[in-house]
Design a protein around this ligand. Structure first.
Ligand code: BES
Ligand code: ZN
Ligand code: ZN
Length: 489
């Protein structure tokens, strides 16, 4: 999709279709030239409601407000509705709440790219995409002496962020037989080459030398050997150092604590955290942000077999802590424990984040569309919540640790148990398990993001398609962008 900015009058621009956003059901506005027809079909202009009027070559879509989060999902739905149509070139006015605010423009362009996403790698008949050209007219805001340069920058950043999100979606949607740990490593290497990142891949021999025994235990029954991926973006004189660790379970069968059939479906998406890390690294390097960013991925497949790790095993993590395994389906925290230790050993970061489809409990708690954010300290948790909810288009909720839930992961025979003795508060107990692997130095700089809900949803929602959403990418990118501007949190 090509985007062109122009100050030409909207009416003089030649295009196949004009897209008009109706803000807050205001159908009385002068630019609504089809009021009669819209009334006739009962179009009210509520959020994401669309109406195509082919005769007048106009597509109307409703948005609850002029906020970027509403505009983003509205325009995404409008663009999605053009799939398999013949419209090649659309035109649209710029929507702004005030003269200097390019946030809406960024949301609009993001919405178009995110809404245009399709995953048809496994379809013998690929969907046809006619839409190639988008012309955005600044004409309405001429009076404000709109800064074209900042508009162009907003468009470029939107393109980078949305394309990185689509890149992550592609990885997550790829089947477990086509995307196993060695393939994840190959994707990372290809990305590093293209995007000028450094890339280190740790294979089993190195993983043994590094004493990443809990990760190796989870991986043991799979014919696909594990990998730990380390990607880095290292600008000169960085303003801060950020490490991000991602759960990259290319398949989670549950292991010997085997998942019931219904719960196993979609577990190709258990690599969403790791895939988000790759998307974030892509975007950070394309934006060339003045922040040093390290991405770590624990790429592992959790399977069954004669060599499988078992409930009753006691494992020794990289930091020496012993873990009683009582459920092999709580494998993500075991993989993350070792990768978190490794990440902290390799990089002394100002901020440490991890992203994981860690618990079904998080989905029960906050629903399908929201990530759960946890940590020992308010600061990094608030950074994530602000970046997510205010600007990125993602949703995140805080889940608080407490010492009573902390006690439920105690073990009688080892330092800690990989599951809690209560079935309630599972997202928090998983987060508290991870906190055992955060060292003193990083204790108050760390936040855990459970993306089990939004990472993979089997219906379309707003700007997100059926399947992988790329959760975590836009959120973390906005957080890092904020850091690079030195914004207060
Ligand atoms: N990958 C799953 C969590 C998950 C569930 C992600 C649903 C996305 C959607 C994780 O490894 C898991 O199986 N967790 C268990 C933990 C339990 C055994 C303590 C769970 O949530 O049931
Ligand atoms: Zn599991
Ligand atoms: Zn899992």
């Amino acid at each position: 999709m090509n985007f062109k900015l122009t100050t030409d009058n909207l009416e003089t621009i030649k295009a196949d279709l004009e897209v008009i956003i109706i803000i807050n059901k205001n159908l009385e506005h002068t630019f609504v030239k089809d009021k009669k027809s819209l009334d006739k079909v009962g179009f009210e202009g509520s959020q994401e409601e669309i109406c195509l009027l082919p005769e007048s070559k106009r597509l109307y879509v409703g948005s609850e407000s002029i906020k970027s989060t509403d505009i983003r999902s509205a325009i995404a739905v409008a663009i999605r509705s053009l799939k398999n149509t013949k419209f090649k070139h659309i035109k649209i006015a710029i929507y702004m709440s005030h003269s200097k605010c390019t946030a809406v423009l960024r949301g609009m362009v993001e919405g178009m790219i995110l809404g245009d996403y399709t995953f048809d790698q496994y379809k013998s008949k690929k969907s046809k995409k006619a839409l190639k050209e988008v012309t955005i007219s600044l004409e309405e805001y001429h009076g404000y002496k709109l800064d074209q340069e900042s508009c162009q920058r907003a468009i470029n950043n939107a393109k980078i962020g949305a394309n990185a999100t689509n890149y992550t979606r592609d990885i997550v949607n790829t089947t477990p037989d086509d995307c196993y740990p060695a393939v994840m490593a190959k994707i990372a290497k290809r990305l590093a080459k293209k995007s000028d990142l450094t890339c280190t891949i740790l294979k089993p021999k190195r993983l043994r030398e590094e004493k990443m025994n809990t990760l190796l235990a989870v991986a043991r029954a799979s014919r696909h050997t594990p990998r730990v991926i380390h990607l880095a973006h290292k600008p000169k004189n960085p303003k801060a150092v950020v490490s991000i660790v991602g759960k990259g379970l290319t398949y989670d069968s549950g292991g010997l604590s085997l998942k019931p059939a219904d719960y196993m479906v979609t577990m190709k998406a258990d690599k969403s955290g790791g895939s988000a890390v790759m998307g974030i690294m892509k975007a950070v390097s394309e934006m060339n942000l003045p922040i040093e960013v390290h991405g770590f991925v624990g790429a592992v497949e959790n399977m069954i077999g004669g060599d499988a790790y078992k409930p009753d095993d006691v494992l020794v993590a990289k930091n020496g802590k012993t873990i009683e395994v009582r459920n092999t389906d709580a494998e993500g925290r075991l993989v993350l424990a070792d990768v978190l230790c490794y990440a902290q050993q390799e990089v002394k970061a100002d901020y440490l984040f991890d992203m994981a489809t860690l618990t079904g409990a998080c989905v029960v708690g906050v629903g399908h569309y929201t990530s759960g954010v946890m940590g020992n300290s308010k600061m990094p948790v608030d950074m994530v919540l602000n970046a997510a909810n205010k600007i990125s288009g993602e949703l995140a909720s805080k889940l608080d640790f407490n010492r009573y839930l902390g006690k439920t992961i105690k073990s009688e025979i080892a330092d800690i148990c990989n599951i809690s003795n209560t079935r309630y508060g599972g997202a928090i107990t998983a987060g508290m398990f991870l906190s055992e692997f955060i060292d003193e130095e990083h204790k108050d700089r760390w936040a855990h993001i459970d993306i089990a809900g939004p990472a993979f949803v089997e219906h379309t929602w707003g700007e997100n398609p059926h399947g992988a959403s790329g959760a975590g990418v836009r959120l973390m990118l906005r957080l890092i962008e904020k850091l690079s501007r030195g914004d207060k949190h």
